[in-house]
Design a protein around this ligand. Structure first.
Ligand code: NAD
Length: 456
């Protein structure tokens, strides 16, 4: 496979011209990206339909609309974010002024997955552009129509020495990773996250890892059950459960289990109909391999809702499982599909301990009216981010950092976070030349005593 060195040299040369650092250029580029997305909305929706059978509603809400909002927010704030920030100087540095200069890293590599292919490729790109970087984008080979379209759109909008899309599979990424990038932003699985970090370590390139895992959803006995059921059904089955922050499994208080399950079944039917094969609007599973993996999970526990699947359509209807054990295959990995196992709890501490035995989740959801219970969970369980009395919604806020912790990832983005992950914070002290405090010099009489008066 050919090396990507030539492309990297071109991007690095372009970065060196300083053009990408000009805030007006960055704003112009963000506006171009916005126009590109808006004016090709129909093609984007068509590609997502072909690759994933994504409905237009879901495509707009979770891919197109979310990006347009993010660009708007970035454009509104970019001047403020990119200005040098004046900060205090320490007492011993009297006479000086201190500043933080955000500066772009240089050439960024953005590697994205297939589940929200447009959003998860362009959302980090917004940060890379806003911060003044050049970027190489490597979308997933599992959504070929969308990746091809992104490559065409980017090629027609930006010069390749500034932003370019490289299509290809794992091998392409590995050849790409031999090059020295100035920052790497990866969204994908934990396993591949480790490969990326190892490759980045060879060049000491900073990485942001947006990974996955099993995100729990807890429903306490005092929760508003009907609303909880609706919001959980929505967050779990949107995109057929192929969402990194989808509730992976439910933990329901025993006292309300049956009542909740009744509401959950009603909510699933209300939102997704009682026959997703007929409605034709339910997102499909991305590949035959993923479909087969998910179908084996249907043998775990007992199906209490759904369970029908159609291999020609690569579609599995929203399915709820009970009587699952922690040893079952469905609980050994991130489900990433429309299958929801339910566990019950009575003892809060035992439930918390169980969650804490597992890797730190990317998301966690609490449904409860009790502030005490909410606070207990927040205090005792570490997780990337989440919601109280909702699911998934936290990721659409530009005011909240979005990212994992521990095995669910490192670094966070969205809003100013996206600008920050692609920026180095250069701290600079501007010293006065009008006088020279003698404090630091060791050759004076009582030098140490005087120093100690300032530095305690
Ligand atoms: P993946 O890790 O298989 O692939 C992601 C990207 O890495 C793709 O572009 C792929 O071509 C590339 N890749 C795959 N194998 C590689 C290898 N060996 N070496 C180098 N590159 C390789 O992930 P996926 O299946 O596309 O996505 C699903 C995973 O992503 C889930 O675990 C999900 O939770 C996670 N995810 C996380 C977020 C988040 O924001 N935290 C968002 C979406 C998905």
């Amino acid at each position: 496979m050919k090396s990507f060195n030539e492309l990297l040299v071109k991007q690095r040369d372009f970065f060196q011209t300083g053009k990408t650092k000009d805030v007006a250029f960055r704003m112009q580029s963000l506006s171009k990206l916005s126009t590109m997305i808006k004016s090709h909305e129909a093609e984007i929706m068509a590609a997502l339909k072909k690759d994933l059978n994504k409905s237009e509603f879901e495509a707009y809400m979770s891919e197109i609309g979310i990006l347009l909002e993010e660009i708007r927010f970035s454009l509104k704030n970019i001047k403020k974010w990119s200005r040098p920030q004046k900060v205090k100087s320490a007492l011993a540095q009297v006479g000086s002024k201190s500043f933080i200069y955000p500066e772009p890293y240089g050439v960024a590599l953005i590697i994205s997955p297939w589940n929200y292919p447009i959003q998860l490729t362009f959302s980090p790109l917004i940060g890379a552009i806003a911060a003044g970087n050049c970027a190489v984008l490597k979308p997933s080979e599992l959504t070929p129509e969308t990746s091809k379209l992104m490559a065409e759109l980017i090629e027609n909008t930006f010069p390749s020495e500034y932003i370019t899309v490289l299509q290809g599979d794992a091998e392409t990424t590995q050849v790409l990773l031999m090059e020295k990038f100035d920052s790497i932003f990866f969204t994908g699985s934990v396993t591949v996250g480790k490969v990326i970090m190892e490759a980045a370590a060879k060049h000491l390139t900073p990485v942001t890892l947006e990974l996955g895992g099993k995100s729990p959803c807890i429903v306490h006995k005092d929760a508003n059950l009907k609303l909880a059921a609706k919001r959980i059904a929505w967050g779990k089955f949107i995109n057929a459960g192929q969402t990194c922050v989808a509730p992976d499994y439910l933990y329901i208080h025993r006292a309300v289990r049956d009542k909740f399950i009744h509401s959950l079944k009603e909510a699933i039917t209300e939102i997704y109909s009682d026959d997703v094969f007929k409605s034709g609007k339910f997102t499909r599973i991305v590949s035959d391999r993923h479909f087969k993996r998910l179908v084996t999970f249907l043998e775990d526990g007992k199906i209490i809702h759904g369970g029908r699947h159609h291999s020609d359509l690569l579609t599995i209807e929203p399915t709820v499982l009970s009587e699952v054990t922690w040893e079952d295959p469905v609980m050994q990995e991130e489900i990433f599909g429309p299958i929801l196992p339910i566990f019950e709890f009575e003892n809060e501490i035992a439930m918390i301990n169980k969650i804490n035995e597992l890797p730190k989740p990317l998301a966690l959801y609490i449904f409860s009216e009790s502030m005490d219970f909410q606070q207990t969970i927040l205090n005792k369980i570490s997780f990337g981010g989440g919601c109280i009395n909702d699911t998934v919604y936290h990721l659409s806020s530009p005011y909240l950092p979005f990212g994992g912790v521990g095995e669910s990832g490192m670094g966070a983005y969205h809003g100013k976070g996206s600008f920050d992950v692609f920026s180095h914070q250069k701290g600079v002290l501007k010293q006065t030349t009008s006088f020279d405090l003698p404090l630091r010099y060791p050759h004076r009489k009582n030098a140490l005593k005087q120093l100690k008066r300032f530095i305690k």
